[in-house]
Design a protein around this ligand. Structure first.
Ligand code: FAD
Length: 481
C-alpha cells in the first residue's frame, strides 16, 4: 500500500512550479541553490537532499492552495520548521523532486489568554518565542529543549518533542489543546479549540502530533499555559552508582511531588566531554571522582514555600543514606544557568569527539541501570574501545546512549558500524520493554528499524492511517512509515 502510493508520485512540472510560485510570490519562492542550501542539510550533515523549490507560505490559505495543487498533480511536499530534527524527517530525498514547504513565515502569535491559560501560535513560531510570550504574561509554557531558539512549535508538535520538563509537564502531546491542519488534499481542519474536556469521538489532533509531517501540515496550535514558578532550586549531585540514582529519584519524588521539575542524569565521561569542549563550562566539583551525576531541579509557585529548603532536605537525606556523595546547590540564577549549561551543551560538545552512533531510547525507569550495565559489553564487542556517552531524562526513562568512536579510529570506518550497533542496542531495549525512539521520532533514520521493532498489527494500523489521510503518499514520503 505504502510502496504503491509513493511510487505514483511525479516530479513537479514547470507549469506547476509557476503556479506554486504565484501563490507565495517570487520573493518567497527559493529556486537558487545558494538560497536553498540551509533547507537542504540538517545540522550534523548526516542528511542532505535536493529540491526544485523552497516555498515560504505566509498564511494557512497559501498552504492550502499549495497542497491542493500538489495533490492534484501528485508531487511530494516536505514540511520543514526549524530544521533541528535529529532523524532526517525534514530533509527531502536526493531525487530532487520533493518540494520543501517551510513554515518560517507562519510566525504570528494569534492570541494569548493568560487568565484562561492558553495561547494560539502559528506553526513557525519558535519555541523560545512561545516561552517568552507566556513569560510576558507571567505564565509558563514548559516545553524546553536545547534547540528552543530555532525549533518551531509546529515541529515540536509534529515530532511530539520531549526535553527536560517532561517529568512534570509531559511531552508536546500533553501541552496542546487544539490544532489547525492543512490536509493532503488542501482542505483545512479547524480544530483550534481551547477545551480541556472534549469527548466527542476520536481525538483527531493527537493523530497529527508525532506524525512527522506525514499526515497533514500543522499551521497553528492552541497551547496550554501554566502558572509560572516563582522560585527554582537547582543542584548538581555526584553518585557512586547508577542504581543509587533510582533510589535518589524515588526519594526526591516522594519529597517534592509535582515540584520535582527536572532529574537529568549524566555520566562522568559525558561531563568530561562538555568540560573539554565547551567554552566557559566549569564543573562545580574539584574533581569528577564519581561515575554519575544528576542535575536536579525543584520549582515552586510562591504559595508552597522555598524550594531551596525542600532541596536541602532532599539532598541532606540522600547524603545521609549514602545515595549521593556530594552536592552543589546553585545560589543564584547565574549559578543555576551554569549548571544547566553542562547539560544543555552535551549534544553540541560530542561533535568534537569524532563519529557518534546515537540511540534515543527509553526503558521503564527502574530498568535504566540494567540497560546501561548490559549495553556496555554489547557495544564493546561490536567496536572495542568505543566510548559510551550516556545521559538523559532519568525520570522519563529516556537515555541518550551515544557511542563515540575510539580515539584512534577512522571516522568513516566507525560510522559503518551504525547499523549493527543500533540493531544490538535496540534489541536489548526491546527485551527490556522499551522504545527505540523516546523523543526524536522515526524520520528517515529509524524507518527501517521501526518495521523490526513494532508488531505487524501496529504497522498495519499505521499504514492504514497514512492511506486514509494521504492516499497519494505526497506528504513527506519515505519518512516514518
Ligand atoms: P524540523 O526539524 O523542521 O522538522 C521535524 C519533523 O517535523 C519533520 O518530519 C518535519 O516534516 C515535521 N514538521 C515540521 N513542522 C511541521 C508542521 N508545521 N506540520 C507538520 N509537520 C511538520 N528533541 C526532543 O524531543 N528533545 C530534546 O531534548 C531535543 N534536544 C535537541 C537538542 C539539539 C541541540 C537539537 C539540534 C535538537 C534537539 N531535539 C530534541 C530535536 C528537535 O529539536 C525536535 O525534534 C524539534 O521538535 C524539531 O522542531 P523543528 O521545528 O526544528 O522541526
Amino acid at each position: 500500500m505504502n510502496d504503491r502510493s509513493i511510487s505514483g508520485l511525479l516530479p513537479p512540472s514547470p507549469s506547476a512550479i509557476e503556479q506554486l510560485i504565484a501563490i507565495v510570490g517570487h520573493e518567497h519562492a527559493l529556486t537558487d541553490p545558494h538560497d536553498q542550501a540551509p533547507f537542504l542539510r540538517e545540522w550534523r550533515g548526516r542528511y542532505v537532499g535536493r529540491t526544485p523549490l523552497v516555498l515560504r507560505p505566509g498564511s494557512t490559505a497559501e498552504v492550502s492552495a499549495i497542497m491542493e495543487i500538489a495533490n492534484r498533480k501528485r508531487f511530494a511536499i516536505v514540511t520543514q520548521g526549524g530544521n533541528t530534527g535529529l532523524v532526517g524527517g525534514q530533509i527531502p530525498a536526493e531525487t530532487g523532486y520533493e518540494i520543501i514547504l517551510t513554515t518560517n513565515r507562519l510566525h504570528r502569535i494569534r492570541d494569548v489568554n493568560a487568565d484562561a491559560g492558553h495561547m494560539t501560535a502559528e506553526a513557525g513560531v519558535t519555541l523560545a518565542e512561545v516561552q517568552a510570550r507566556a513569560a510576558a504574561v507571567d505564565r509558563l509554557f514548559p516545553l524546553s529543549l536545547a534547540s528552543e531558539g530555532t525549533c518551531t512549535i509546529g515541529g515540536n508538535l509534529a515530532t511530539n518533542a520531549g526535553g527536560v520538563a517532561v517529568l512534570a509537564y509531559g511531552s508536546a502531546r500533553q501541552l496542546v489543546l487544539g490544532l489547525e491542519v492543512v490536509l493532503a488534499d488542501g482542505r483545512v481542519w479547524d480544530g483550534l479549540r481551547a477545551l480541556k474536556k472534549d469527548n466527542t469521538g476520536y481525538d483527531l489532533k493527537q493523530l497529527f502530533v508525532g506524525s512527522e509531517g506525514t499526515l497533514g501540515i500543522i499551521t497553528a496550535a492552541v497551547l496550554k499555559l501554566f502558572p509560572a514558578p516563582a522560585t527554582k532550586s537547582t543542584a548538581l549531585v555526584a553518585l557512586p552508582r547508577l542504581d543509587a540514582a533510582l533510589q535518589f529519584f524515588r526519594a526526591a519524588e516522594r519529597a517534592a511531588g509535582h515540584n520535582l521539575t527536572a532529574f537529568e542524569f549524566i555520566s562522568r565521561e559525558s561531563l568530561n566531554v562538555v568540560l573539554h569542549h565547551v567554552e566557559g563550562a566549569r564543573a562545580p566539583f574539584d574533581t569528577l571522582s564519581q561515575p554519575w551525576y544528576v542535575l536536579i531541579e525543584i520549582s515552586s509557585t510562591a504559595q508552597i514555600g522555598e524550594p531551596d529548603d525542600l532541596m536541602q532536605t532532599v539532598l541532606g537525606e540522600a547524603l545521609e543514606n549514602g545515595l549521593i556523595t556530594d552536592a552543589v546547590l546553585a545560589r543564584s540564577i547565574s549559578q543555576s544557568e551554569a549548571l544547566w549549561k553542562l547539560r544543555e551543551t552535551l549534544s553540541e560538545a560530542q561533535r568534537f569527539e569524532g563519529g557518534s552512533i546515537k540511540h534515543d531510547i527509553s526503558v521503564p525507569v527502574g530498568r535504566i541501570p540494567e540497560f546501561v550495565a548490559r549495553a556496555a559489553p554489547i557495544v564493546e564487542s561490536i567496536c572495542p574501545g568505543c566510548r559510551p556517552i550516556v545521559f538523559g531524562h532519568f525520570g522519563d526513562g529516556n537515555i541518550h546512549y551515544n557511542i563515540s568512536q575510539p580515539l584512534e579510529m577512522d571516522k568513516a570506518a566507525y560510522l559503518k558500524l551504525w547499523e549493527p550497533m543500533n540493531e544490538a542496542v535496540h534489541t536489548l531495549v526491546t527485551e527490556l520493554g522499551g522504545s527505540i525512539s523516546a523523543e526524536h521520532g522515526i524520520g528517515r533514520m529509524k524507518r527501517e528499524a521501526l518495521t523490526h521493532f513494532r508488531s505487524q498489527v501496529e504497522l498495519d494500523l499505521m499504514r492504514q492511517l497514512k492511506q486514509t489521510f494521504d492516499p497519494q503518499g505526497i506528504l513527506n514520503p519515505g519518512k516514518l512509515i
